[in-house]
Design a binder for this molecule. Structure first.
Ligand code: AMP
Ligand code: ZN
Length: 464
């Protein structure tokens, strides 16, 4: 499989550390507010990566954090904690805010058929891990204490900017507008590993530590959680492009400083979803969520479909017109699939040929648009219907667009019809033919015909 690696800035052949197994880490959401559809695009991109790896045969262990403490309003460590801001605004405790938005996040995450990672861990569950790592960084001279906080010293690394090819002064945290300078730092790019009460006196969430009572910085969460659950060698670490600097840059610095060896080989970054005014933002104004799209009558899967029609490394501009178009196209696609009737005509060779093409599209740096083209080719192909249905079922393991959902509805319908047949049989045994006819009518109202035969009741599904 070929995958673009931000670390080398090239599309590379992917090779995990251990043959056949992949350890995958995704930076999770910050739960002080709703996840907007841009955030969800990022998780759809990661879901495609996760499912593609599984589809081509890897055993994947995926971990994702939930940032429920220590995310700052700016990338600088001097901004205000976003969670605290929400606490003040919503008059709730930090944990109540985190719980509420974590649930809201997973609701939307699930609405677009994303698979749940094996491990999902809130930052507040792993404080001991961060303390352990910070202590080692202090012992090794990578970190220092200043003004009550513990900072990572970025000058201790040969190449702090491994992930970026930007000029050093452009990347300096603190030069951007609205970001005040933290005078405790020895160097501008140094970042906080541990805050103490000297920083935010009213911070609700605080833990005892050898460096004073306080709480962790944002970057250390992902290092701690990743190493705790996935071990010292990570295969792929991902997030949105805005995570490259400073978040992932700082994660590499801390993790490799702590471990004393290379940590992760492949860095996977999703481009942003933009609205018509520019980048979507959680902190600015009204938040457009997947749940809101659903409330407004859009199928969340048409949003997924829209994302799959573009490449994860391309910016995508959201508009309701584009979403509507995607919804219409997806509906047409599903209707075409619905019209494919089983014909007992299955060919293993045909299946393998098309499946190979589908895999090749995905193995080419997750080209989901081409994978969808292969799906259309299958629909047009001169092959048996049973082969087509098997291919569609198989492709949907990655696409997750509920392409054969009718089958599922049928299952629901089937159990309902069976229930009613049992009820009707009961009435017939009791010779209550009036009631039995009433139930027959209820079955017919579901669009299903039944026929009494010597062997029992035959259900005629085709009448739907
Ligand atoms: P946050 O909850 O702000 O930490 O964001 C969760 C994830 O969404 C991060 O990995 C971000 O990189 C990503 N993200 C933020 N904004 C966008 C956007 N407009 N489009 C796509 N992904 C985004
Ligand atoms: Zn992270």
């Amino acid at each position: 499989m070929k995958l673009y690696n931000t670390l080398t800035r090239t599309v590379e052949e992917f090779k995990p550390n251990e043959e056949g197994k992949v350890k995958l880490y995704t930076c999770g959401p910050t739960v002080y507010s709703y996840a907007h559809i841009g955030n969800i695009r990022n998780y759809i991109g990661h879901d495609i990566l996760d499912k593609t790896l599984r589809y081509i045969g890897y055993e994947v262990t995926r971990c994702m954090n939930i940032t429920d403490v220590g995310h700052l309003t700016s990338d600088s460590d001097s901004g205000e904690d976003k969670m605290l801001k929400a606490v003040r605004k919503e008059h709730k405790t930090a944990m109540e805010i985190a719980k509420f938005y974590t649930e809201a996040f997973f609701k939307d995450f699930n609405l677009v058929n994303n698979r749940m990672p094996e491990i999902v861990s809130p930052a507040t569950d792993n404080i001991d891990e961060y303390i352990k790592i910070i202590q080692v960084l202090l012992d090794k001279g990578y970190a220092y204490e200043s003004g009550g906080n513990v900072y990572f010293d970025t000058t201790k690394l040969d190449d702090y900017y491994v992930l970026t090819n930007h000029k050093e002064d452009e990347m300096v945290v603190g030069v951007r507008e609205g970001v005040e300078e933290d005078s405790n730092k020895h160097n501008q790019n140094d970042f906080v590993l541990w805050f103490t009460t000297s920083k935010f006196e009213n911070h609700e969430l605080q833990w005892d530590s050898p460096f004073g009572k306080g709480y962790p910085g944002w970057h250390i969460e992902c290092t701690g959680i990743s190493i705790k659950y996935l071990g010292e060698y990570l295969d792929i670490h991902g997030g949105g492009v805005d995570n490259i600097f400073p978040h992932h840059t700082n994660e590499i610095a801390q993790s490799e400083g702590y471990l004393g060896h290379k940590w992760c080989h492949y860095w996977f970054h999703n481009e942003h979803l933009l609205d018509e005014t520019g980048k979507m933002s959680k902190s600015a104004g009204a938040i457009l969520t997947v749940s809101k799209l659903k409330e407004d009558g859009y199928d969340p899967l048409s949003y997924r479909f829209m994302c799959l029609n573009s490449h994860y490394r391309r910016q995508l501009v959201f508009s309701y017109d584009a979403l509507k178009q995607n919804q219409d196209t997806l509906n047409k696609l599903k209707n075409r699939i619905k019209s494919i009737k089983k014909d007992n005509n299955y060919s293993e060779d045909d299946f393998n040929n098309y499946n190979k093409e589908f895999k090749e599209a995905l193995e080419n740096d997750l080209n989901t648009a081409n994978a969808l083209t292969i799906l259309y080719n299958v629909l047009k192909a001169d092959i048996g219907n049973d082969t087509k249905l098997k291919l569609i079922e198989s492709f949907d393991k990655v696409l997750s667009l509920d392409l054969l959902k009718r089958e599922e509805i049928d299952k629901e319908l089937e159990s309902k019809v069976k229930e009613l047949i049992d009820e009707r049989n009961k009435y017939k045994q009791e010779k209550n033919y009036e009631k039995a006819d009433e139930v027959r009518k209820q079955i017919e109202d579901l669009g299903v015909q039944i026929k009494d035969t010597r062997e029992g009741v035959e259900i005629i599904w085709d009448s739907i």
